[in-house]
Design a protein around this ligand. Sequence first.
Ligand code: IFM
Length: 468
Amino acid sequence: MTIHTTPDLSRDVTVTFDPAPLPAHFTWGVATSAYQIEGAWNADGKGPSIWDTFSHTPGKVRRGDAGDVACDHYHRWPGDLDLLHDLGVNAYRFSVSWPRVLPDGHGRVNAAGLAFYDRLVDGLLERGVTPWLTLYHWDLPQALQERGGWAARDTARHFEAYAEVLARTLGDRVKRWITHNEPWVTALVGYRYGSFAPGVRDAQAGMDAVHHVLLSHGLATRALRAHVPDAKVGVSLSLSPVHPASDADDDRAAAERFDAYYNRIFLDPLLRGAYPDGLFDRLGGIEPTILDGDLDLASTPLDFLGVNYYYRKVVRATPGEGELDLQEVRLPDTTFSNLDMEVYPDGLRELLVRLHEDYRPKSIVITENGLSLPDEPDDAGEVNDEDRARYIAAHLASAEAARRAGVPVDGYFVWSLLDNFEWAYGYEPRLGLVYVDYGSQRRTVKRSGRWYHDLVARHRAAHAGKVP
Ligand code: IFM
């Protein structure tokens, strides 16, 4: 894979983005997920997850990497929370490992696992950082996978019960909840294409998983609200503007088909209570079983829509070839990261404006955005990742342009606090504001981390004295 980024990292670059126009209440955060950072994969009564099973299966993850130790955050969390405090962010988005809390996915609660998150939440609040808790970031209990995983309808009910356990224990202190992270990846990458856990390759299972994840979102949202009346509940979708490769009618039509499959498959049920017209027919007639009331549950009103934005998609029509008769292409003169993601900041503005125009969510929070680079410390031990700071600045400028156009963008989380386990790509891609030496577990704040700190401080100073 080619890495195309600005080559000269030694230049002293001033990255300009003025945060002052963003409102006083704006959320500044960083994000992580349990499997990617915690390690301690079998400690203190935790049950195995589908990612433990997947990464322990030879050939599934590059170089045989696994999240067994990862950033050892399970043991090093106090120091990691100090890093958050030092960065000056006002919010931290983390996920709970379902099998750490419920080793079998349902029934017996593992008190030691729950106590970990209880301490974590207290530690955040002590440091003045608001917890944003994601219930599901891909680490399904293996025991539930053995009963069909997300392809089985019962999993939605188990998810509701899991949400209730967390609401009862943490709901007095946690007020920001995200049910699912990137359901497209959970359902389609996990069950249709199988390149992520649980590695199932079955078109029917993929569509069933889409529907059950949506159902579970609705059930969990209602359970959270029943136990935490002042909870703000949302869901984080991976979304991309879809551009046709040319102005030709067939390319435009291909872009619409892909948009329905990639974006609207979750947006429409969540925000309109219906799947996009014709979607299942175009996918070979494979559709989930939809019972009365399912789509009412799925469209339970959101307090905010979480947007994870990394790249746009560009497609061209290839009649008779490829899923949906189209192929993804690269346009000339475009820049891709070493995770093969196009760097395209204006896509965020375009996406936010479109979401506002088409769906009118009450509030939008950018719950992930970040850049993978081949970071290494220099001889002085510094990680000079100005490209990452430039990337974040450009995306913030794009979000701010959307706000100026009337879109209620209320927060931004960098992915990620720490370099971590990047799923099937292992540890090679690095996306953190903080460098992790996996051998020694030493953390080093990168230049982008210091820049982000200054940015948040400038925003605070610009609004000093105003009530957020
Ligand atoms: O690391 C992932 C994260 O788990 C989900 N969103 C995309 C990130 C970068 O690939």
